[in-house]
Design a protein around this ligand. Sequence first.
Ligand SMILES: C[S@@+](CC[C@H](N)C(=O)[O-])C[C@H]1O[C@@H](n2cnc3c(N)ncnc32)[C@H](O)[C@@H]1O
Length: 239
Amino acid sequence: MKTDKDLVFPKSDSWKMFNAIAGRYDFLNRLLSLGQDLRWRRALKKFLPDSNKQTILDLATGTADVLIALARDNPRIHKGYGIDPAVKMLSLGRKKIASRHLEGRLSLQEADAQALPFSDGTFDAVTIAFGIRNIPDLRLALLEMYRVAKKGGRVLILEFSKPENPFLKAGHWLYLQTVVPLVGFLFSGNFKAYTYLNQTIQTFPYGDRFCKILKQMGFVNIKPYFLMGGVATIYVAQK
Ligand SMILES: C[S@@+](CC[C@H](N)C(=O)[O-])C[C@H]1O[C@@H](n2cnc3c(N)ncnc32)[C@H](O)[C@@H]1O
């Protein structure tokens, strides 16, 4: 079985790769997921707490699609913060936030998910979409998410997983092995980036394994919600 040691480059360098492909990132997300990625991020919204005046944090925020999906048409989000080490992704995210007139409520800053620049118990919800797979020390990031969440606060993690159905699983594997690196290369000129995407999906401890890790990190009320037959999963947990 492949492990993180077999990746085309170490996870600690992934943010540099995201900087390199930033200009094509959103376009390729839409193309490779046939528009499903936007729907998946929007699905996070229904797992937010019910309270008003929420302050939320999105890790590995990239071009800010999660924050925009959660805050748009949702006055319950009072303030949303996004962090990511890839400054070029953040700069595109800031432009998107401004074009939607959300700059009064959403702000982005450069930071690492493994050492968050926020005080304990600050956020009603902490989210991360397609990011946890890229963090070198997964457990450290989960502990940081736990630390900055308020007591009773939610943690929402959206990540790729693998379908259970054998036919869907085989088609999914083939798609990741062939279409993703090829189309990724054609449109971004970066073969490694989209090979890395495939490899990190293959090696990520999804499903029950991930729920177990969340439990070990201290989270309670952990529930996975499968999207598109398990191509992606939303993990909901509470501090
Ligand atoms: C696949 S993108 C996801 C971006 C965004 N969440 C989305 O839904 O489109 C992964 C992001 O993880 C970021 N990343 C990589 N290492 C990180 C780290 N140590 N801490 C926080 N973010 C990191 C990358 O820079 C990149 O923007």
